[in-house]
Unconditional design. Structure first.
Length: 115
């Protein structure tokens, strides 16, 4: 069935939490902090695909979320970045966000959506 309108909710991945850790070694009396930062969350990317004709694929699933970043660890280890999510939409799709609506043209990519 042809669908020319769809309500889709997207959310970028949340970043991981940092780690509280202190260096403890026998010969280092005041080692100091050595916790790592959390990884960044993944991006949601809309890509205008000229092969798609309608929005029927969004009838079954309407909520999309990118992967969360992993937490930081001791010894200064930074968490891994969350995997991004890429959604293909037809050319000419009007995207309405909280700011302003805009049209996607052939091959255009919109990154880091967090509505």
């Amino acid at each position: 069935m042809f669908a020319d309108r769809a309500n889709v909710f997207v959310k970028a991945g949340r970043g991981g939490d940092g780690c509280i850790s202190f260096r403890r070694e026998k010969h280092v009396p005041k080692g100091g902090p050595d916790g790592g930062d959390g990884g960044d969350g993944g991006d949601v990317v809309l890509v205008a695909d000229p092969d798609l004709r309608d929005l029927s694929r969004f009838r079954q699933a309407s909520h999309f979320r990118a992967q969360r970043g992993t937490h930081g660890r001791g010894a200064g280890k930074t968490g891994r970045r969350g995997e991004g999510l890429e959604l293909a939409v037809p050319v000419g799709t009007e995207v309405r966000s909280r700011e302003t609506p805009f049209l996607l043209e052939d091959g255009q990519v919109v990154a880091r959506l967090d509505f």
